[in-house]
Design a protein around this ligand. Structure first.
Ligand code: PLP
Length: 366
């Protein structure tokens, strides 16, 4: 393994718990997705690249000829600019009017999601003598953020009547991409709304990873890929992320002794317990208590007792030679995040985002 670098998390790196992020897997995923979709790719790196570290991930994707980046907030966009990202950056969320100035100063593309907002942005730009790049987001059924298709013409009229705006795209977002029929309905709305504007020669896009991979007709001029790049959700792609920690204590307990808060696990026989300094403050949900395994040298060890804020315990009875300082793996290719997602009745997206909370990241290329 080549360790590329270690990035400091907010609470520092001096602890025996970390995530490893394999940048070679990112490169392989990007290549596969590029070959499969044969369409320019907007890499979605919001929420710190779904917890993988946007300022490390984005330069690699920039060098691999991604088309552009999508972020959720102005600050996420600025941190990419500070990491020498020169490609277009689209803010997918709503930009507060008090951040228009820093948005424009950092060449971030503002999403327009209502006619009122375009008026407001026009006023701001006229008063300050600035111009800006924008994309219009249409709401075709997600009902989260976006111009109502009936109001698209009105919005575009304002955009085209002024030289303040450089309109680079119109896009929408699927609310249930795994449902082909519903996605088709959204696509039809999108097609109807944009058909008049073909001559504008701007980007049009609607596909997330699932739609881009499965529905070629949803690819338009750009696909917006997030989770696929990080190798979750699709078996033909590789997860980038592993979660590891070193054992800090090994001790024997007697039959009948309980482990951790609320005594949710009791030893049926004398047992050997290992403590690992990873807890729910690191993004490992407390509801996983007593339900997950880790790996020690390819052997499964069972997590026992309630997961605490900073530590959790494992039953290592019968595992020979496991000692303080040895590392164990909680997540990797063989222990996928999707196992946790099933237990928690959630999605891998949420769980990988959470792992960035306190854990240092080690980047490798293998
Ligand atoms: C507007 C928008 N586009 C694209 C994506 C990427 O979706 P995925 O991670 O499923 O590829 C997201 C993710 O939530 C999004 O909010």
């Amino acid at each position: 393994m080549t360790v590329t670098h270690r990035s400091q998390s907010e609470t520092g790196i001096q602890r025996d718990a970390w995530v490893e992020i394999n940048l070679a897997a990112l490169e392989r995923n990007f290549k596969k997705l590029k070959e499969l979709t044969n369409t320019p790719i907007m890499a979605i790196v919001k929420a710190d690249a779904y917890g993988h570290g946007a300022t490390t991930i984005a330069p690699i994707l920039q060098s691999m000829k991604a088309d552009s980046f999508g972020v959720a907030t102005v600050d996420e966009g600025i941190s990419l600019r500070n990491a020498n990202i020169t490609l277009p950056i689209l803010i997918l969320g709503s930009t507060p009017n008090w951040s228009y100035k820093s948005c424009i100063a950092n060449d971030l593309t503002i999403t327009i999601h209502s006619p009122e907002q375009i008026n407001q942005l026009q006023d701001f730009c006229s008063n300050s003598g600035l111009r800006t790049k924008i994309q219009i987001k249409l709401d075709t059924g997600m009902n989260r953020l976006g111009v109502n298709p009936n109001e698209l013409d009105k919005t575009i009229d304002i955009v085209l009547s002024s030289d303040i705006f450089q309109l680079t795209g119109i896009y929408s977002h699927l609310s249930d991409s795994k449902d082909y029929n519903f996605s088709m309905k959204q696509k039809e709305q999108f097609d109807n709304a944009i058909k008049k504007y073909k001559e504008l020669k701007i980007q049009t896009h609607i596909a997330n990873s699932y739609a881009a991979i499965n529905y070629p007709e949803f690819r338009y001029s750009l696909v917006r890929l997030g989770i696929g790049l990080y190798g979750q959700e699709f078996n033909f792609l590789e997860p980038l992320i592993s979660l590891k920690g070193r054992v800090t204590q090994v001790h024997e307990i007697l039959k009948g002794a309980s482990v951790s808060y609320d005594r949710t696990w009791t030893a049926e026989n004398n047992a050997l317990i290992a403590t690992v300094p990873i807890g729910y403050a690191d993004g490992v949900d407390r509801n996983l208590s007593n339900k997950i395994n880790a790996l020690y040298k390819n052997k499964a060890i069972k997590q026992v007792g309630t997961i605490t804020m900073d530590q959790m315990m494992f039953d290592i009875t019968g595992i020979e030679n496991l000692k303080v300082g040895d590392s164990i793996t909680l997540l990797n290719k063989d222990l996928p995040v999707s196992n946790w997602a099933k237990i928690l009745n959630t999605i891998t997206f949420e769980l990988v985002c959470r792992l960035k909370m306190r854990l240092p990241r080690i980047y490798s290329r293998e």
